[in-house]
Design a binder for this molecule. Structure first.
Ligand code: FAD
Length: 441
C-alpha cells in the first residue's frame, strides 16, 4: 500500500510542530515533504541574535541532520507558487509539481513597510526575517541613531537589543499611544515615562510622510512637527499574511485561511496553521488571526495530529503578548480591550505598576499587567493572570476581594483551584514528549 504523503509548506514554528507531531504518532510510516523558502528557524529568537546573546547557529530549529532523523524530504530554498486542490498538486517556483494526500499551509506572515517615499531606501530595514536581522546587525554601530517606526509588539521585542548595541533610540508611532494593540492609554503612559527616563525618545501621533537622504544620513519627515535625523531606520509597521500564492485555489480565505477545530480548511485534505490560519479565539469563541508563537505551536500540533489520522479538536488560542523592556514587564491576555466587559484597574505610579482585569460575570476574560521585572510579584503575576484568563475559572468568592486588592491575585488563583484546571489541559490531550526524542524508527 502506498504511504500517505504529507506536504508541509513553511518551516517556521507551525510547520515544524506539525512535522514532529506527525512523527510522534506514526514514527515514520508516512512520507513528509517540507517546502520552505528559508531554512527552518525561529523568528522569536531574532532579538537575542541581534543583541549578540545567541549565535546565528542557535537561531535554526531543524538543521539537515534533524530533518533526516525525522524522515523529512526537504525542498529548502523553494517557494510554493500555487496549488491545484482538484488534482492534489503543489506547484513550486522551479516548476516542480508535488502530489500530496494532505497539504499543510504554514507560510506565516511578512513585514509591511509604511507606504511612504524612501521606505525602500538604503539603511531602512524591516525586522521579521533572519536576512533582515542580519541587515540591521550590519547597520547598527555604537553611538549611531536609530529610529524605530511603529511602537507595536514587534518593535518592543527589539528595543532592548538596539539599546544594548549602544545606539541612540527614537520611537515614533502614528497612533496616539505606544503599544496600541497591546495595552490601554494608562498603561502606555507608564511605559512611555519608563522609556523616556532611560533615554529613549518617544513620539506618538506622528504620521511619517517620507524618508530622504541628507548628507549621508536619513531625514524622516512627518505630517506635523519637526523632522528626525537617523543613521538607521527600522520599520515595524505591521505584517501581512503570506496568502498571495493561493489565489484561485478554492480555499476559503477571510483575513487568513479559515479553519475548523481540526485546523482543516474548507478543502478536507488542506490544513492551515500559525500566523496564516484564522482559527478560534479561546476566550471570545470568534474566528481570529493570532500572529504569535504559542498559537503557531498549538495550531501546528493539532494539524499534525489530524494529518496523522487522529481526531484532535482545538479549544482555541489565547491571545497573549508579553514583553520586557529595560526591566519593565508588560503583558496582556485574552480580550484585554473588550468594551463590554466589567473593568477593575489599579495604578501605583511610584513603583510603577498598573493592572487591569476585565470580567464577564465571575470570570476574568482579559487582563493587563505592568511592573518592574525585579519585583518578583510582577513576574509571578504575569503567569497568574494568564492562568486565570486561560482557565476561565470561576472567581465568584473572590471577585469582591479583588476589587479592593488587585495587587493580590495569587490568593484568588490558588483558592479557585486554577492550577488543577490548567494541569490536565494539554494541546493533544496526552502528556507532552520532548521534541528531541521524536524520530523515525
Ligand atoms: C522579531 C520577532 C520577535 C517575535 N517575538 C515573539 C514573541 O516574543 N512572542 C510571540 O508569541 N511571538 C513572537 N513573534 C511572532 C512569531 O515569531 C510568529 O508568530 C511565528 O513565527 C509564526 O509562526 P509560523 O510558523 O506561522 O510562521 P513563520 O515562522 O513566519 O514561518 C513561515 C515559513 O513559511 C515560509 N514561506 C512563506 N511563504 C512561502 C512560500 N510561498 N513557499 C515556501 N515557503 C514559504 C517562510 O520562509 C517561513 O519559513 C516574533 C516575531 C518576530 C519577527
Amino acid at each position: 500500500m502506498a504511504r500517505t504523503r504529507h506536504v508541509i509548506v513553511g518551516g517556521g514554528t507551525a510547520g515544524m510542530n506539525a512535522i514532529t507531531t506527525i512523527r510522534q504518532y506514526d514514527r515514520g510510516a508516512s512520507e513528509i515533504i517540507l517546502v520552505a523558502d528559508e531554512r527552518p528557524y525561529s523568528r522569536m529568537v531574532l532579538p537575542y541574535y541581534l543583541k549578540g546573546s545567541i549565535s546565528e547557529s542557535h537561531v535554526f530549529t531543524a538543521p539537515p541532520t534533524r530533518l533526516r532523523t525525522l524522515g523529512v524530504e526537504p525542498f529548502i530554498g523553494r517557494r510554493a507558487v500555487g496549488v491545484d486542490t482538484q488534482t492534489n498538486t503543489l506547484m513550486l517556483d522551479d516548476d516542480t509539481e508535488l502530489p500530496y494526500d494532505n497539504l499543510l499551509i504554514a507560510t506565516g506572515s511578512s513585514a509591511v513597510r509604511a507606504p511612504v517615499a524612501g521606505a525602500d531606501g538604503s539603511c531602512v530595514h524591516s525586522f521579521w526575517t533572519l536576512e533582515q536581522a542580519q541587515g540591521v546587525i550590519r547597520g547598527i554601530t555604537p553611538g549611531c541613531s536609530v529610529v524605530l517606526v511603529g511602537a507595536g509588539f514587534i518593535a518592543f521585542t527589539i528595543l532592548n537589543s538596539i539599546l544594548a548595541l549602544e545606539a541612540q533610540l527614537t520611537v515614533v508611532e502614528i497612533a496616539p499611544q505606544i503599544l496600541p494593540r497591546m495595552i490601554d492609554a494608562t498603561g502606555a503612559d507608564v511605559v512611555t515615562r519608563w522609556l523616556q527616563d532611560r533615554g529613549v525618545t518617544v513620539r506618538t501621533g506622528a504620521q511619517l510622510n517620507g524618508i530622504e537622504d541628507t548628507d549621508g544620513r536619513k531625514r524622516l519627515r512627518f505630517q506635523q512637527g519637526e523632522d528626525v535625523m537617523a543613521d538607521q531606520v527600522i520599520m515595524a509597521t505591521g505584517i501581512r499574511t503570506n496568502l498571495d500564492w493561493l489565489q484561485d485555489a478554492g480555499i476559503t480565505i477571510n483575513r487568513g485561511i479559515v479553519v475548523d477545530a481540526h485546523m482543516r480548511s474548507n478543502v478536507p485534505n488542506v490544513y492551515a496553521a500559525g500566523d496564516i490560519a484564522e482559527g478560534r479565539d479561546a476566550v471570545t469563541g470568534e474566528p481570529a488571526l493570532h500572529a504569535i508563537e504559542p498559537t503557531a505551536m498549538e495550531h501546528g500540533r493539532i494539524a499534525g495530529a489530524n494529518m496523522a489520522g487522529q481526531s484532535q479538536m482545538y479549544r482555541g488560542s489565547l491571545l497573549m503578548n508579553i514583553v520586557e523592556v529595560l526591566g519593565l514587564e508588560i503583558a496582556s491576555f485574552g480580550a484585554w480591550d473588550d468594551a463590554n466587559a466589567e473593568v477593575m484597574s489599579a495604578l501605583r505610579p511610584e513603583r510603577p505598576a498598573y493592572r487591569k482585569l476585565l470580567w464577564h460575570d465571575d470570570r476574568i476574560t482579559g487582563a493587563m499587567i505592568l511592573g518592574p521585572a525585579r519585583d518578583v510579584w510582577a513576574t509571578n503575576d504575569v503567569g497568574i493572570l494568564k492562568g486565570l484568563v486561560q482557565s476561565g475559572v470561576s472567581l465568584r468568592d473572590w471577585k469582591s476581594y479583588l476589587r479592593g486588592n488587585l495587587f493580590d491575585v495569587k490568593r484568588a488563583f490558588i483558592a479557585a483551584g486554577t492550577t488543577g484546571r490548567l494541569l490536565p489541559q494539554t494541546v493533544l490531550g496526552r502528556p507532552s514528549v520532548s521534541a528531541d526524542s521524536i524520530a523515525i524508527q
